[in-house]
Write a protein that binds this ligand. Structure first.
Ligand code: F6R
Length: 238
């Protein structure tokens, strides 16, 4: 694992965007695995700036998002399809038909089965961008007794519901379930770029990357991947 400790969130975002842009320059038809949440927003803003400056062409890029809340449709402002369109896709020259997010409106078997079929058809992920949950989740793979494999429906943990309530009007409105790509699918990405910023992520970063590998800390499995880059800031990694 390579660890980059940036000064602050702004610099970490610049670094992450540079790494994603480099991937696209090296392989214009890259498949990017993408994340939502607060952490990647700065990197997405910088990718948009690069596109606007004529430095980045996403016309051949394909994307697979990690997860979606069960029950939310693409027009729901709290949904992850909406998030991706507004934070990135609508502002660059990616073809929207080349972007994929699990369909929150379908039942679990259909939504998850179809998503795995897309992943297989698309030929796997070149670069997977990840954030890190306070409980060590990646995607919505919550602490569990075993590592998950493919896309599946999860019950969100209380701590995740609490953490994500900030995006909703109230905690009651946070969906209790989500569809998420499995740990095995994430681990099959050729390269993984995980971002963790802020003092509130310090403890979990220590556990995930320097502690025992166990499904109770899902991100710890990344220690077994041979091409992981951790980008964080001083508050988190210092
Ligand atoms: C989002 C996702 C989650 C987040 C994690 C961190 O697609 O997969 O695992 O990356 O919950 O969220 P933030 O960045 O909001 O702290």
């Amino acid at each position: 694992m390579r660890v980059y400790c940036a000064k602050n969130y702004e610099e970490a975002s610049t670094l992450a965007a540079d790494l994603i842009a480099a991937q696209i320059l090296l392989k214009p038809d890259s498949v990017l695995g993408l994340a939502t949440g607060s952490t990647p927003i700065g990197a997405y803003q910088r990718l948009i700036a690069k596109y606007e400056a004529g430095e980045l062409d996403l016309s051949q890029v394909k994307t697979m998002n990690l997860d979606e809340y069960r029950g939310l449709d693409s027009e729901n402002p709290n949904g992850y399809r909406y998030f991706m369109n507004h934070q990135l896709f609508d502002h660059v020259n990616i073809k929207i038909e080349n972007t994929n997010v699990p369909d929150g409106k379908k039942d679990p078997a259909q939504a998850c089965g179809e998503y795995d079929a897309i992943l297989e058809r698309i030929g796997g992920i070149d670069l997977q961008l990840l954030g890190l949950g306070h409980n060590g989740h990646i995607g919505f793979n919550e602490p569990a007794e075993e590592f998950s494999k493919t896309t599946h429906c999860v019950d969100l943990s209380e701590s995740t519901i609490e953490a994500n309530a900030r995006f909703f009007d109230s905690e009651d409105q946070v969906p209790r379930q989500a569809y998420t790509m499995g740990i095995q699918s994430i681990m099959q990405a050729k390269m993984i770029l995980i971002m963790a910023c802020g003092a509130d992520k310090k403890e979990i970063v220590k556990k995930a990357f320097w502690g025992p590998i166990c499904p109770q800390v899902p991100a710890s499995v990344l220690q077994l991947h041979n091409n992981v880059i951790l980008v964080g800031d001083e508050a988190c990694l210092g």
